[in-house]
Design a protein around this ligand. Structure first.
Ligand code: GLY
Length: 370
């Protein structure tokens, strides 16, 4: 059984399928896209050990040949050296313009392989098979692809929509609890930015979802993907509304930079903390009621998620330095920082109109409470 969310982007439209056991049906799902029975799979060592044999057997079951490139696992893979290696391997495999490349893994693999597909022979189709919660609800959908530069994360890339996304809910069962909870940062973001009823649902069902309830996981992924698809269709290349998806990310990127993009703070953990800070900033600016940030943090705490600067097990720089790091965010326009703030749960908006001192004081207070 799987659900389908359609992403209606004209000649770049595609389906996101969500359900348990999809990797084991990869052959049947991909076959309609192929002009010849052959695909190239790019994955990482951790995911290969868990899922590559399943995917290759499913492809072989439909008579589809596959070759696989296994990259090292981890964020360090998402740079020029492994990107060059991937593109050259795909060329060695004689992947042609009408062929399909498969990205099997989490956000690092999806972003890197999507970018490789975007530039290979000026663009070949690719299929996302996201295996982490974060990749299923965010990075595999919407066509943002790319790699990191020494100057910052995701600074090199292209918009290139996948031809199909297969989000196998069963694969989430192989995640370490910390990685699953980090993905929950992106899930809760959707409720906070645009769907109060989904946030209510998460308050009720989040703990069961974290404990492994497959139906709850499938619903959370589906609702997140529906929301992402709706926003991407309104604003594919982030001229406006798509920036809403960056709720919590301005704070998050500064915290990730301050912790050296290391496992002291996973991206999804930074998003959760960033969302809590964005709601606190909104309350301080009188945009939403004072009790709203506490409700946001209460849900995250009940899930066992990180909610505040105090939860980051690392030295952090002072508030001024964190603010500087925010200034290097991709969302800076004409040198002005843009924030996603909220008038309440489910009512986020984009603004450049945030007094610098309000942000500085918030960071000072949160650092002082560590
Ligand atoms: N991850 C934010 C976006 O896709 O726009």
């Amino acid at each position: 059984m799987s659900d389908t969310v359609h992403v209606p982007l004209g000649d770049r439209a595609y389906d996101v399928r969500i359900g348990a056991g999809l990797l084991g049906r990869a052959g049947a799902e991909i076959a309609p896209l192929l002009h010849r029975p052959r695909v190239a799979i790019v994955t990482d060592a951790n995911v290969a050990a868990l899922h590559l044999a399943t995917v290759r057997a499913a492809l072989a079951g439909e008579g589809i040949e596959s070759e696989a490139l296994i990259l090292p696992a981890g964020e360090a893979t998402k740079g020029w050296p492994q990107f060059t290696r991937t593109v050259e391997w795909l060329l060695e495999q004689r992947i042609e313009r009408r062929d399909v490349v498969v990205a099997l893994g989490g956000g690092v693999i999806g972003d890197l392989v999507g970018f490789a597909a975007a530039v290979l022979r000026r663009g070949v189709r690719f299929v996302q098979m996201p295996t982490s919660l974060l990749a299923q609800v965010d990075s595999s959908v919407g066509g943002k692809t790319g790699i990191n530069a020494p100057q910052g994360k995701n600074l090199i890339g292209a918009f290139h929509q996948p031809a199909l996304v297969l989000a196998d809910i069963g694969a989430l069962g192989t995640l370490a609890p910390r990685d699953f909870l980090a993905g929950c940062g992106e899930v809760v973001k959707y409720g906070l930015l645009g769907d109060a009823a989904f946030f209510d649902w998460l308050e009720q069902n989040g703990p069961a979802m974290a404990a492994g309830d497959l139906e709850a996981r499938a619903y959370a992924v589906r609702r997140s993907v529906e929301m992402k698809a709706e926003i991407v269709v309104r604003d594919e290349t982030e001229q406006g509304d798509r920036a809403l998806l960056n709720l919590g990310h301005t704070f998050c990127h500064a915290l990730e930079a301050a912790t050296g993009y290391s496992d002291r703070l996973l991206h999804g953990e930074g998003v959760a903390i960033g969302c809590a800070l964005a709601f606190e900033l909104s309350a301080r600016l009188g945009l939403c009621a004072q009790e709203v940030p506490s409700r946001v943090r209460a849900h995250m705490s009940a899930m066992g998620m990180k909610t505040d600067l105090a939860d980051i097990p690392a030295e952090l720089p002072d508030a001024g330095t964190l603010l500087e790091l925010m200034g290097q965010d991709k969302k800076v326009v004409d040198g002005q920082l843009r924030f996603i703030l909220a008038r309440g749960i489910g009512s986020a908006f984009v603004t450049a109109d945030v007094p610098r001192d309000a942000v500085l004081n918030l960071l000072k207070d949160r650092l002082a409470s560590r």
